[in-house]
Design a protein around this ligand. Structure first.
Ligand code: UT7
Length: 354
């Protein structure tokens, strides 16, 4: 195939498009705050046990920023971005667009994309903020993929970063959620692949708003502003903490993960055994293990690091991708499958030939 032959890229029976290029991940990096919070240390803060957390989630420890240590969602995203840019052998000024995925922005508005642009000292390029929670990184990657394929931009920074720890209810009431989430950031640089056979093969995005409130933070928001929360001063009001109907989310997650991975494989005429490495969003080790079993994947085919970082939402896939790459698990020609499910509900996958 030469550079003048358009590729026809199938997403599904009804969705396909043609492009002259593929995009590839040219650089990758991640950042984790230093402060390690073990399960054991949470035992004294809320009624929980290391045993319960490990058995139900697989998590042993997570990173939580220390208030005032200078880490914010955008600053952690910037640190991960600097590593990804360096890893791509570029400088910040080579970046011509930023996509930033998070559910925990520094401010209600503006979004953190512009903060990264300021920190990196990049002149007046566009910065897009993505609000798709656990699927946010793949949604962002998909948008960036389209921009590269049309030739609109050359080097796009895609960042996933979360600072959950400040907004968690660290008490018996909030323990079902707060033991799960961690802080951190990951980033990639996307650019045109010179080889039409390698790069992002396809991305697949889904949503089901019917279940929006099953995993959500309702207030403060336009539906419930801060003054109203303060005025009501109701000790039972938990609307300003994240709410998760854990069992319900779990049941949907295991179905949607498998569906969206199969969708990506089928769109590329591949089978589960062709997956070189599956990097699932790190929601719960039990979910990863369920998918692995259901798809008959070997231990070598599935990457998990939730044990050390908990669930870092939009940051979990780029952190895991970066670690897997650093560990030499992602090599040339390998099929890398990214898959996510989370609040919205949203779910997504991306298939990459490295
Ligand atoms: O990333 C976005 C997508 N998120 C997910 O996919 C998460 C999906 N859900 C899950 O991972 C699991 O549902 C959880 C890990 C959140 C919860 O596990 P579970 O096995 O569904 O437990 P549960 O919520 O049914 O709670 C079981 C018991 C309850 O006590 P009772 O009612 O049986 O007496 C809870 O109060 O465990 C209790 N519990 C805890 N005990 C100790 C809840 N949280 C804790 C805790 N420590 N931290």
């Amino acid at each position: 195939m030469n550079n003048l032959t358009p590729l026809t890229i199938f997403v599904s029976e009804t969705h396909y498009y043609t492009s002259m290029f593929r995009s590839k991940i040219a650089g990758i990096g991640h950042f984790l705050p230093e402060n390690i919070v073990t399960n054991k240390s949470l035992e004294s803060v809320m009624e929980t046990t290391d045993e319960w957390i490990q058995e139900r989630t697989g998590i042993k420890e997570r990173r939580w920023v220390i208030p005032g240590d200078g880490n914010t969602t955008s600053s952690m995203g910037t640190k991960a971005a600097r590593k990804a840019i360096k890893n791509a052998d570029l400088t910040p000024n080579d970046i011509d667009f930023i996509v930033f995925a998070t559910l925990s922005p520094d401010y209600y508005f503006p979004g953190p994309g512009v903060m990264v642009q300021k920190e990196l000292g990049i002149k007046e390029i566009g910065a897009l903020d993505v609000r798709n929670q656990c699927s946010g990184f793949i949604y962002g990657l998909s948008v960036a993929d389209q921009f590269i394929k049309t030739g609109m931009y050359k080097n796009i920074l895609v960042i996933g970063s979360e600072l959950h720890s400040g907004g968690l209810e660290k008490s018996i009431r909030g323990r079902g959620v707060s033991v799960i989430f961690g802080d951190g950031a990951g980033a990639v640089v996307l650019q045109k692949s010179e080889n039409l056979e390698t790069g992002i093969l396809s991305t697949h995005l889904h949503a089901e708003g019917l279940h929006a409130e099953e995993l959500a933070l309702i207030g403060p928001s336009t539906g419930r502003w801060v003054p109203e929360i303060i005025e009501t001063n109701d000790p039972e009001d938990t609307s300003y903490y994240p709410h998760m109907n854990g069992n319900f989310v779990f049941k949907h997650a295991i179905v949607r993960f498998s569906e969206v991975i199969m969708e990506a494989l089928m769109a590329n005429e591949l089978k589960p055994e062709d997956i070189g490495i599956l990097i699932p969003h790190q929601a719960n080790l039990r979910i990863s293990q369920f998918i692995q079993k259901q798809m008959s994947l070997t231990d070598d085919q599935v990457f998990n690091n939730i044990m050390h970082y908990g669930n870092t939402t939009a940051a979990s896939i780029p952190i895991a991708l970066s670690e897997a790459w650093q560990e030499g698990l992602i090599t040339e020609d390998k099929i890398v499958c990214l898959a996510a499910f989370g609040s919205g509900f949203t779910w997504a996958s991306a298939l990459i030939r490295w």
